[in-house]
Write a protein that binds this ligand. Structure first.
Ligand code: F6P
Length: 350
């Protein structure tokens, strides 16, 4: 192996740069050159790449976003696009850093075109199978919690209910984890499968109890995952109508954190995970492995052990199956997440 290529794809995630940095360093140590492909699969198809020198990547671990650029490519979804990408690849192997859509592309490139490909999970959504966390999740959670702390300051000053909507696509993980850390009174996530009437009835109860005069509470914080079907605006109107009658003086506001949560310098955790996954990727390529993802996960029967006890490789097909199960609710992980949140819903509201 003389030269590897690396690309970042899909929604950017803090820590992508740290993974690129670690790859370039590890490769250099083995005498392998690293090509940086611009703008994800679009850049791969167009042959847009250049050699990444150590000096190019020296400061980037501390930076959010991705210096390589990213894209959600339409053309790469076609077999012709993937053939073009395989033909344009000017390296012995490719490392793809991205979320489940990007890793699906990595699998197709490896299986259809015979390109040696290793994937690294990177997505703030934490919706990827075979990895307990993905690059970017920890930073996103820290950003959400710090935003909720600030919102709580102003909410308490005005006796307000705040509904904070967070990203996560179809996965409620960011909402669930942040609601515990931010001391939210309620958490809404798609996996609960509740209809709008139930959502509004239950939240109304939380707000009534929260502002009960015997409790002296000054704010009610609701963290809502973006995948929940009931629009945030509808929740705000319904709650405002209720408090106008039952809890006069209380007002209801909403903040959609949106892309704010995707930016910023990666935390220690994301840099550390990115670095160790990158080490796993290079070791995999050196062994001649392909069509695999390096996950932040202890070894299990479907995985391939690595030297790092927290890192296991999985066939991309296994990762894709487990991702589907994570999102359709049939996986044990999703079932446990939902059960845990339901069991503690009352505690959140105390
Ligand atoms: O997958 C990452 C993510 O940030 C999701 O949480 C969100 O739904 C989506 O990407 C937003 O995509 P875009 O940046 O294209 O608006």
């Amino acid at each position: 192996m003389k030269r590897i290529a690396v690309l970042t794809s899909g929604g950017d995630a803090p820590g992508m740069n740290a993974a690129v940095h670690a790859l370039v360093k590890m490769a250099a140590e083995r005498g392998v050159e690293t090509l940086g492909v611009r703008n994800g699969y679009d850049g791969l198809m167009a042959g847009e790449s250049s050699v990444l020198r150590l000096t190019d990547v020296d400061p980037i671990s501390a930076w959010g976003g991705t210096i390589l650029g990213s894209a959600r490519s339409k053309d790469f979804r076609t077999p012709e696009g993937r053939r073009r990408a395989a033909d344009a690849l000017d390296a012995d192997a490719l490392v793809v850093i991205g979320g489940n859509g990007s890793l699906t592309g990595a699998h197709l490139l490896a299986s259809e075109c015979g390109v040696p490909v290793i994937g690294l999970p990177a997505s703030i959504d934490n919706d990827i199978g075979c990895t307990s966390t993905a690059i970017g999740v920890d930073t996103a959670l820290n950003t959400i919690v710090s935003a909720c702390d600030r919102i709580s300051d102003t909410a308490r000053a005005h006796r307000r209910v705040f509904v904070v909507e967070v990203m996560g696509r179809q996965c409620g993980y960011l909402a669930m984890a942040s609601s515990i850390a931010a001391g939210a009174d309620a958490c809404l996530f798609r996996e609960q499968g509740k209809d709008s009437t139930t959502v509004i009835r239950e939240l109304s109860d939380v707000v009534r109890r929260g502002f009960d005069p015997t409790r002296g509470k000054k704010r009610v914080l609701v963290i809502k995952a973006e995948g929940v079907a009931t629009p945030t605006g509808d929740i705000v109107s319904a709650l405002q109508d209720m408090v106008d009658v039952e809890v006069p003086g209380v007002t209801v506001r909403a903040t959609v954190l949106g892309h704010l949560v995707r930016g910023g310098a990666p935390t220690y955790m994301d840099r550390m995970v990115a670095g160790r996954l990158a080490v796993g990727a290079l070791a995999a390529l050196a062994e001649g492995a392909s069509d695999q993802m390096v996950g932040w996960q202890p070894w299990d029967d479907d995985g391939i052990e690595t030297r790092d006890p927290s890192v296991t490789r999985f066939p991309l097909t296994t990762m894709l199956e487990r991702t589907d199960a994570l999102l359709d609710g049939s996986s044990e992980t999703t079932r446990r997440r939902v059960k845990m949140m339901e069991a503690h819903a009352g505690v959140l509201a105390i």
